[in-house]
Design a protein around this ligand. Structure first.
Ligand code: PQQ
Length: 676
C-alpha cells in the first residue's frame, strides 16, 4: 500500500540537490536520463552477470495504448510515472503494479497530423511534489504527484498557425522546467523555454534559429546566426526549423546545460538558404546558461544540414582521459552517423568518427568541420542518403558505462534516396511531394530511384576514447529500443522483434531474454525499493518507423513490465495480429494509378507506407485494407471517420475524384505485388 502522504513525501523530496545526491547509489530513477549527465548508468548491482538468468516478471500493467510508447519510466521511492501515446500519464505503485491514477491531457485527436512521427511522448519529469508532462498539442502540465490532479497548465506555443507539437520529456533544474518543441518537417521556428516549477511562469526562452530580420534580434546569438543564412531563402517564412524535440543534459559544476537542435525547414538547403551557409544553430549541440537561457557556445555537427540530420539525439556528459589528459566532454551519436567527443567546458571539438557506414562526409578536420563528399547536395541527381533521415541513431537513448568505458548505441540504417524538388513551394500541396497535403515542407522527392543499401539494426558497444567499435549484437530490423547499463555488468535493451534482452556489458554475450508482446522502442530504467533491485521497461511499438513497418507479429497493446530476480508475476497473454491478405476486386481505372501514386505520396505515405510492400506497423498498411474500406474510401476520408484514431479528415484537402485515384493506386499496387 502506498498512501497519498507517502507519495507526497517521496516526490516533494525530489529537487536538484536530491537528483545530484541520487547519483551516488542511484536507488531512484528521478530524471529522464537517470542523472543530469544523462548517463543511464545505474550503480545498482543486485542484478548482475552472475544471477541475471533468474530475472523474471514481478508485474505488468496495460497502458491502454495502441500507438508508440517511448517513455523512460521515472521511479522514486517505489512510485512510478510513465507516459503512453497521446501524452497520457500513468502512475503506479512500482513494487506491486497497482495503478494509482491516470492523467489525460486530452490532446485533440485531430491534432495528430501536426506531428511528423507518431503521437508519442518520451516521459515526465518530477520535482517538489509535482509531475510535469508536455503534451503533444504543446501544453506543459503540472500535476499533483499524489492525486493526479492538475496544478497548472501553460501554453508553450507562441504561434498556433504553425504545426508545433511536443514529444520530448521535460527536465527540471534548479526550480525551472525546461521544454522544447517539434515541427521542423512542417516549417516552424524551434525554441526552448524554461518555466518556474512552482508557478508555471515563463523564465526564459532561447530560439535555435534567427527570426524575421526586419524585427530586432532576440539576443546576440541570433544576430550571429542570421549571418549564416541566405535571406533569399526567406527562412523566417518557413520558420527555419532547428527544433529541440528531445535531448538535454546538465552539468551542475559548470552550471551549464546542453541541448541538441534539429534539422532545417525545409530540409533542402538549396531551397532554404540558396547561397549556402552553415545555418546556425541547426544540427548542433548548444551550451546554454540554465539560469538565463543565454547562449554560451556550440558545436555544429552538420553545417548547413541538407539531409534531416538532426542533432537532437541523447547527449551524455562524461569525464574521460583522452591522450593522457582528463577531459570533461559530451558524447553524442546523432543521425548523421558520426560519434562526437567535444569539450563541454567550451564546446571545443575533440574528435568524430563514423559509427556506421556514412557517405555524405569522409571525416572531420581539426576544427570540427565535416569534409563533405561531392554530390551530397546535388540539385540535379538523386542522392542515396547513408545514413538516411531515419538516422544512424534516432531518439532511442544510448547509455554510458564508466566501468567498461563503453557507450551502448541503438545503431541502424534505413535506406532512402532524396532528390532536389525544383517545384517545391512553401505550404503548398504538390502531388508527389511527401506529405505536402498535411503541411510538410521538405523540398525533396524520395526514392526517385530505388535505394541500394540494406536495412539493419544492431546494438553497438562503442569506445569513445579510442573512437572504435568493441562489439555489436545484430538484430533482424532497425528501430530497436533505448539502452540501460548497470554496475552489475549488464546492458538492457528491448528489440523491434518484441524481446527484452540483457547482455554482458563487456563482451556482448546475451545472458537473458524474454518476450514482451510488442516491438520495444523505449529505454528501460532500474531502481531499488527495500533493498531489492527492479528493472522496468515500457513497451509499445511505434515512432516514425514503427508507424508503417514492423518486425514481429505480436501486436501489443502498450504495457509496462517490471522484472526482479525470481519474480513471480504471470506473463500477460501475447496478442497475435490477424493474418492480413492483399486487397482484391476493387474496381479502378488503370490510368488513375500514376496520378494516384503522386496523391498517395503527398497525403498517406509516411503513415501508411507503400501499399502491399511495407507490412504495416501501428498504422495499417492500406494494401491490406478490406475491399469495403476502399470502395467507401471517399466517404471515410472526407468525413473524418478515422479522426479518433489520429487520422485527419481530408475534407477540403482531397476531392472525391482524387480519392478515387488514390484507391486506384492502392488496388493497382496490391495487384502488382500479389504473388502470381
Ligand atoms: N520522432 C521520432 C520518433 O519518435 O520515432 C523520430 C523522429 C522524430 C525523427 O526522425 C525526426 O526527424 C523528428 N523530427 C522532429 C522535428 O523535426 O521537429 C520531431 C520529432 C518528434 O518530435 O518526435 C522527430
Amino acid at each position: 500500500e502506498l498512501s497519498a502522504d507517502a507519495i507526497t513525501q517521496a516526490i516533494s523530496a525530489v529537487n536538484t540537490e536530491a537528483i545530484i545526491a541520487n547519483k551516488e547509489a542511484t536507488r531512484n530513477w528521478p530524471t529522464h536520463g537517470l542523472d543530469y549527465e544523462e548517463t543511464r548508468h545505474s550503480k545498482l548491482d543486485g542484478i548482475n552477470t552472475e544471477n541475471v538468468s533468474k530475472l523474471a516478471l514481478a508485474w505488468s500493467a496495460g497502458l491502454d495504448s495502441r500507438r508508440g510508447v517511448e517513455a523512460t519510466p521515472i521511479v522514486v521511492d517505489g512510485v512510478m510515472y510513465v507516459t503512453a501515446s497521446w501524452s497520457i500519464v500513468h502512475a503506479f505503485n512500482a513494487v506491486t503494479g497497482e495503478k494509482l491514477w491516470e492523467y489525460d491531457p486530452e490532446v485533440p485527436k485531430d491534432y495528430a497530423y501536426k506531428g511528423c512521427c507518431d503521437v508519442i511522448n518520451r516521459g515526465v519529469a518530477v520535482y517538489e511534489g509535482k509531475v510535469f508532462v508536455a503534451s503533444y498539442d504543446g501544453f506543459l502540465h503540472a500535476i499533483d504527484a499524489a492525486t493526479g490532479a492538475q496544478a497548472w497548465k501553460i501554453d508553450t506555443i507562441e504561434n498556433r498557425e504553425m504545426s508545433y507539437t511536443i514529444t520530448g520529456a521535460p527536465r527540471v533544474y534548479k526550480g525551472k522546467v525546461m521544454i522544447g518543441n517539434a515541427g521542423a518537417e512542417y516549417g516552424v521556428r524551434g525554441y526552448i523555454t524554461a518555466y518556474d516549477a512552482t508557478s508555471g511562469e515563463q523564465q526564459w526562452r532561447w530560439y535555435s534559429v534567427p527570426g524575421d530580420p526586419s524585427k530586432p534580434f532576440e539576443d546576440d546569438s541570433m544576430k550571429a546566426a542570421a549571418e549564416t543564412w541566405d535571406p533569399a531563402g526567406k527562412w523566417w517564412e518557413a520558420g527555419g526549423g532547428g527544433t529541440m524535440w528531445d535531448s538535454m543534459a546538465f552539468d551542475p559544476e559548470l552550471d551549464l546545460m546542453y541541448v541538441g537542435t534539429g534539422n532545417g525547414s525545409p530540409w533542402n538547403r538549396n531551397l532554404r538558404s540558396p547561397a549556402g551557409g552553415d545555418n546556425l544553430y541547426l544540427a548542433s549541440v548548444v551550451a546554454l546558461n540554465p539560469d538565463t537561457g543565454e547562449y554560451v557556445c556550440h558545436h555544429q555537427e552538420t553545417p548547413g544540414d541538407n539531409w534531416d540530420y538532426t542533432s537532437t539525439q541523447h547527449i551524455i556528459l562524461a569525464d574521460l582521459e583522452i591522450e593522457g589528459e582528463a577531459r570533461k566532454v559530451w558524447l553524442h551519436a546523432p543521425k548523421n552517423g558520426f560519434f562526437y567527443v567535444v569539450d563541454r567546458t567550451n564546446c571545443d571539438f575533440i574528435s568524430a568518427e563514423k559509427f556506421v557506414e556514412v557517405n555524405w562526409a569522409t571525416g572531420y578536420d581539426e576544427e570540427g568541420r565535416p569534409i563533405e563528399v561531392d554530390g551530397a547536395r546535388s540539385r540535379t541527381e538523386p542522392w542515396e542518403t547513408i545514413p538516411s533521415a531515419y538516422g544512424a541513431h534516432n531518439w532511442h537513448p544510448m547509455s554510458f558505462n564508466p566501468q567498461t568505458g563503453l557507450v551502448y548505441i541503438p545503431a541502424q540504417g534505413v535506406p532512402l534516396v532524396q532528390q532536389h524538388n525544383p517545384d517545391w513551394q512553401l505550404n503548398t500541396h504538390v502531388p508527389g511531394a511527401a506529405m505536402s497535403n498535411l503541411g510538410w515542407n521538405l523540398g525533396y522527392l524520395f526514392n526517385t530511384v530505388a535505394p541500394t543499401a540494406t536495412p539493419f539494426g544492431h546494438l553497438l558497444a562503442w569506445d569513445p576514447v579510442n573512437q572504435k567499435e568493441v562489439w555489436r549484437a545484430n538484430y533482424v530490423s532497425p528501430w530497436n529500443g533505448g539502452t540501460l547499463t548497470t554496475a552489475g555488468g549488464l546492458v538492457f535493451q528491448g528489440t523491434a522483434d518484441g524481446r527484452f534482452v540483457a547482455y554482458d556489458a563487456k563482451s556482448g554475450e546475451m545472458l537473458w531474454q524474454t518476450p514482451v508482446g510488442s516491438g520495444v522502442v523505449a529505454a528501460p530504467s532500474t531502481w531499488e525499493k527495500d533493498g531489492v533491485q527492479y528493472v522496468t521497461v515500457a513497451v509499445g511499438w511505434g515512432g516514425v518507423y514503427g508507424q508503417m513497418q514492423r518486425a514481429t507479429e505480436k501486436t501489443g497493446p502498450g504495457r509496462v513490465y517490471t522484472f526482479m530476480l525470481d519474480g513471480k508475476g504471470e506473463m500477460p497473454e501475447m496478442v497475435e495480429r490477424e493474418p492480413a491478405t492483399l486487397v482484391a476486386g476493387v474496381p479502378y481505372n488503370p490510368e488513375d494509378i500514376g496520378p494516384g501514386a503522386a496523391l498517395y505520396v503527398s497525403s498517406c505515405l509516411f503513415c501508411h507506407g507503400v501499399p502491399g510492400v511495407n507490412n504495416g506497423g501501428n498504422i495499417p498498411n492500406l494494401g491490406f485494407s478490406s475491399a469495403d474500406t476502399l470502395n467507401n474510401a471517399a466517404e471515410l476520408l472526407l468525413t473524418g471517420a478515422f479522426v479518433e484514431g489520429g487520422m485527419p479528415t481530408f475534407e477540403g484537402k482531397l476531392t472525391e475524384d482524387e480519392v478515387k485515384k488514390i484507391v486506384a493506386f492502392i488496388q493497382g499496387t496490391a495487384d502488382a505485388v500479389r504473388p502470381k
